[in-house]
Design a protein around this ligand. Sequence first.
Ligand SMILES: C[S@@+](CC[C@H](N)C(=O)[O-])C[C@H]1O[C@@H](n2cnc3c(N)ncnc32)[C@H](O)[C@@H]1O
Length: 315
Amino acid sequence: MKIFVPPIKSQGIKTKLVDWISYNVKDVEHERWVEPFMGTGVVAFNLQPQRALLCDSNPHLINFYNALQRKEVTGDRVRKFLNEEGNKLLETEGQHYYTVRDRFNDKGEPLDFLFLSRACFNGMMRFNRKGGFNVPFCKKNSRFAQALVTKITNQVNNISDIIAQGDYVFKHQDFQKTLAELKNSDLVYSDPPYIGRHVDYFDSWTEEEEVILNKGLEDSGCKFILSTWLSNKYRTNDYVFSVWKNCYVATKEHFYHVGAKESNRNSVFEALLSNIELKDSIENLEMELRITKEESLLTSKPKSNNSQKQLLLKL
Ligand SMILES: C[S@@+](CC[C@H](N)C(=O)[O-])C[C@H]1O[C@@H](n2cnc3c(N)ncnc32)[C@H](O)[C@@H]1O
């Protein structure tokens, strides 16, 4: 499957899981694809449903995609903008990054958002308590060399074409508002933040919100799929077996590096939870048994260190 990578970067992006998600849901009938937590949109833009409702609590993501849909942001404009701003970055030895960051925090323009997303440290997306983007510069003064500008321009053109071919609606709203708009012929793909993983102005997540999401999805009458993690070397995500105990579970091992060393290669088991049977899924109880008996194919021998607290959750 050819994967279309969106122009905006974010730490929670599911680019590496799109193929697997697509394999599991492609035969599931639905009238509309709904994402209460669209993030970069990489999942929807690759599955390319006919109709979609794509929402997020981060207004800048939604502004960006609305501007793309209205053709206010186009490949040509992006190329010109990044060439001009990239030259200023070079001339000022990187200081221009902070001029753009201040300008963005004042006016919130989508092209400035794109510039920051591609010139900040590690492609991170983080906002301070006042809602200001606060990621520092990646420290490469020649960041917007021609090859990267062309790559980003192509990404913008590809995603614009995909959006133009479908009936897509982008909304800046909290997930609870999106849950309230569901129709039972919708297929909902939820990718909420991980509990306690990181907290920022637009992006934090609590146990209470996880329970509200679970209840909202179960009561909606829709088919739903939820992305989360199942286990890593140190811990198991016990919410899979408490809050999401009624769901089928599919898992896939995913490798990532911390730093450059090969020895720092870690793995995490990603999970897809669903109220319908997926191609790869097994029943929740069966997965829990496999984990507690360590009889599964999980190679990293997960150990739960938070089950007591989490399994006491009253649903
Ligand atoms: C894990 S990311 C989604 C990543 C996305 N699937 C992708 O591949 O790019 C979670 C998203 O949820 C959004 N979010 C956090 N809290 C939210 C809330 N209460 N309502 C709606 N969206 C929220 C964040 O802004 C973030 O974009």
